[in-house]
Design a protein around this ligand. Sequence first.
Ligand SMILES: NC(=O)C1=CN([C@@H]2O[C@H](COP(=O)(O)OP(=O)(O)OC[C@H]3O[C@@H](n4cnc5c(N)ncnc54)[C@H](O)[C@@H]3O)[C@@H](O)[C@H]2O)C=CC1
Ligand SMILES: O=C(O)C(=O)COP(=O)(O)O
Length: 526
Amino acid sequence: MPKVLISDKMDPRAAAIFRERGVEVDEITGKTPDELKAIIGQYDGLAIRSSTKVTKDILDHATNLKVIGRAGIGVDNVDIPAASSKGVIVMNTPFGNSITTAEHAIALMFALARQLPEANAQTQQGLWPKNGFMGVEVTGKTLGLIGAGNIGSIVASRALGLKMKVVAFDPFLTPERAVEMGVEKADLDTLLAKADFITLHTPLTDQTRNILSKENLAKTKKGVRIINCARGGLIDEAALKEALDSGHVAGAALDVFVTEPAKESPLFGTPNFICTPHLGASTDEAQVNVALQVAEQLSDYLLDGGITNALNVPSLSAEEAPKLKPYMALAEELGSLVGQLEGDRIQSVSVEVEGHAAELNQKPITAAVLAGLMRVYSDTVNMVNAPFLAKERGLDVREVRHDREGDYQTLVRVTVKTEGGDKSVAGTLFGNAQARLVELFGIKVEADLAGHMLYIVNQDAPGFIGRLGSTLGEANVNIGTFHLGRRNQGGEAVLLLSVDGVVNETVLNDICKLAGVKTVKLLRFA
Ligand SMILES: NC(=O)C1=CN([C@@H]2O[C@H](COP(=O)(O)OP(=O)(O)OC[C@H]3O[C@@H](n4cnc5c(N)ncnc54)[C@H](O)[C@@H]3O)[C@@H](O)[C@H]2O)C=CC1
Ligand SMILES: O=C(O)C(=O)COP(=O)(O)O
């Protein structure tokens, strides 16, 4: 039974779903990195929010980990490249808390416009400060939206409902989508110059870090009010403090900080500054949504291989997964075969599918070919890290889908380009389940690829098989299955034999010495 650790506070429904689905679950929150390192090796899955930092160091100790599920959106607390290179899938729940977070941004906008926190505090101190708080209306004002994705577009729709004008800066926002959203698409400088309120809704990336820098804050309209419910690091906090002190920025509301938990900050105590402790996603509704979703997604993957909302591997629905499973086994065997036979000589790989295989999602099939192929270099390769490793090695990978009818109802062909020319292997599924090699470097064969196998290329001649049988028999090597193919009578022939146990070097040398033998190689399949 797979085992999952929930390491951040999550709605109890997540644990209930895991148990219902047949996944063992531990809920252990608040661990230090060292404490987490000590226990993470036991788990196949890890469910987190933003508190757990999944660093390379933690991943190095996560010897059984297959999948990380983020109950929420931002995954900047996960070292995704490190997870990918370890073959660990990273998933998030991209929509479960977006309405809630958009509402928090709107709440903070009103809190700023009417100085609600300070007015509340002074009223409760018995000051009745009726003349101390002059607010501003939002109606008719311009909201500058930096980032017009899921959350940004919900904020825009709410702002339009409040009769605001919305100007959006997002390099990926198409003019058509801007029209659909009812917003004006603008460049950043235009937005900074026009906006009465600015709200940020981008991930933290190298491009967005300090997007509200000292220089950009200086380009804003005097009296602007700024809201950040996305990520700390999008605003230069020191420059914001200066701009609040000088009165250029009339107010700022932060839900997120560069360093979290933010137990101290030069911004604390600044007039017209308000903040919340990363509460954007904290509503009953959002937490139920993300908890249910993350538990279902992790269970799907650990139990059935279904992949939803993964950030480092193509998606694979729980419906597709069982159909693709035998294809992935076939693809991995074909990749392993060419990898073992051609290894370092491979310059590029092409994966072709035809017949039934062409009706399926090809990405997982290609990833499985690469996993088989790259396993020559490392035992820890799987379909998550294989595409990355292939890229690192400079392997060019192509996918081809044929609509044509071929000799087989379904076929996967892997062609590798080497200095010696293109070499191709192909396989089919018998009964939609049983993987079978049907072509090996242009020669028709029919073989199961399993266990230890001997690959022999020889000149087709009478008596060869008898001599080979005797050599193996004398060495006490039992032949399990025997598959033979040849280009033409008397031409090049290829033999694939499954053998019980490992064939040692002496036996391989004896086979090499048999008349007509060109190549002998010991292969290993799962
Ligand atoms: N405070 C909180 O508790 C929460 C914070 N968030 C954060 O909100 C942010 C946005 O989330 P979603 O809208 O769901 O993401 P999304 O991926 O749907 O949208 C992000 C948008 O940012 C845009 N973008 C990327 N680079 C940009 C750049 N250089 N300049 C301008 N725009 C750029 C993208 O094109 C995209 O449209 C994330 O960072 C997420 O972590 C999300 C949920 C809760
Ligand atoms: O979903 C996100 O990106 C968030 O920032 C929410 O964070 P949280 O799950 O509340 O720690």
